[in-house]
Design a protein around this ligand. Structure first.
Ligand code: IPD
Ligand code: CA
Ligand code: CA
Ligand code: CA
Length: 263
C-alpha cells in the first residue's frame, strides 16, 4: 500500500469537499432532523458524503467507507482499509453559525489508524497526521504535548451536563469543572480533538460519540502524545458508539481516576 499517495489523494479530496461546502452557502440548504428535533442533518451533509464515496469507490474500489449519513458500506469488522468519514462534524454549527464545523476523516488498516484529518472548513485550517510521522497544523509540525495539572487545564465539556443527567450523576464531574482553569464547549467533537492535539485545550470529554466523530482526531492526537480512550480507560469502540476522553497524558489519568470512576 502506498500510504504517501493515499495521503496526498485524501488531502486534495478534503480540500475539494471543503470548497463545495463553502459554495453551498450560496444555495438553499434543506434541514431535516434525525433521532430527535435537535439532531440535524442537511442536504449538504449528504451530498458531501456521497461526493467522497463516489471518488473513493472509483479510485480505491477495494477500500470500504464508514460514513455518518449511511451511504457507505455496512461495517461490522475492522478488516482491510476503512475510511471513517464525518462529512460535516458540527452540523448544528454549520446551520446556525456558518462556522465551527469540520470534515473529519480517519483511514484505518485492520483497525490501526494510518492517516488522520480534520479540516476546519471556514478557517481553511488543516490538522493532519500519518502514523509515526507526527501531526501537523497546516504546514507546522505540532509539538509533543507536555502535561498540565488540572488546576491549569482548559477542558472541553458538554454544557448540557449542568442539567440532570443520569449517566453522570455518580461522577464527580462538577468537582472537575470547579477545579480546572476553565471549560469550553465548541459543538464539534472533531474540532475539540484537534484543539487538544494542538494544545488549545487540554482535555475533551463526551458521553457518547460515534466512530466517525473520533476516527481522524485520534490519529492526530496519538502523534502528539495525547491519550484517547473511552471512560473505562479502554481503546474507544470503532464499530459503534462509546464514551470518550482525550487529554494530555497525566491529565487523562487524573480525570479518569478522580472524576469519572466508570468501571
Ligand atoms: C456531533 C458533534 C457534537 C457532539 C455530538 C456529535 P454531528 O456531530 O460532534 O459536538 O457533541 O455528539 O454527534 O452530528 O454534528 O456530525
Ligand atoms: Ca449528525
Ligand atoms: Ca459528528
Ligand atoms: Ca456529521
Amino acid at each position: 500500500m502506498n500510504w504517501g499517495s493515499i495521503d496526498r489523494y485524501a488531502k486534495s479530496l478534503i480540500k475539494e469537499a471543503g470548497h463545495k461546502i463553502r459554495v453551498s452557502f450560496f444555495s438553499t440548504i434543506d434541514i431535516d432532523s434525525k433521532a430527535d428535533a435537535n439532531d440535524l442533518v442537511t442536504n449538504i451533509d449528504r451530498d458531501i458524503e456521497r461526493f467522497f464515496i463516489s471518488r473513493i469507490k472509483r479510485d480505491f474500489p477495494e477500500h470500504r467507507i464508514f460514513g455518518e449519513e449511511g451511504f457507505g458500506d455496512e461495517i461490522d469488522t475492522l478488516d482491510g482499509v476503512i475510511w471513517m468519514l464525518d462529512p460535516i462534524d458540527g452540523t448544528m454549527n454549520f446551520i446556525h453559525q456558518k462556522r465551527n464545523f469540520a470534515i473529519s476523516l480517519g483511514i484505518y488498516l485492520d483497525g490501526i489508524g494510518m492517516l488522520g484529518y480534520i479540516y476546519d472548513v471556514m478557517n481553511d485550517d488543516f490538522y493532519h497526521a500519518a502514523k509515526d510521522e507526527g501531526a501537523y497544523y497546516n504546514d507546522e509540525r505540532l509539538a509533543t504535548l507536555e502535561n498540565t495539572p488540572l488546576e491549569e487545564a482548559i477542558i472541553g465539556v458538554n454544557a448540557s451536563w449542568v442539567a440532570p443527567n443520569r449517566r453522570i450523576e455518580h461522577m464527580p464531574i462538577a468537582e472537575m469543572v470547579h477545579k480546572c482553569r476553565g471549560t469550553r464547549s465548541y459543538g464539534s467533537a472533531a474540532m475539540e480533538l484537534a484543539y487538544v492535539a494542538s494544545g488549545r485545550i487540554d482535555a475533551y470529554l463526551s458521553l457518547r460519540l460515534s466512530p466517525w466523530d473520533i476516527a481522524g482526531g485520534m490519529i492526530i492526537a496519538r502523534e502528539v502524545g495525547a491519550i484517547a480512550t473511552n471512560m473505562k480507560g479502554e481503546a474507544p469502540h470503532l464499530l459503534g458508539q462509546d464514551t470518550f476522553i482525550v487529554a494530555k497524558p497525566g491529565l487523562h489519568d487524573e480525570i479518569l481516576k478522580n472524576h469519572i470512576l466508570l468501571k
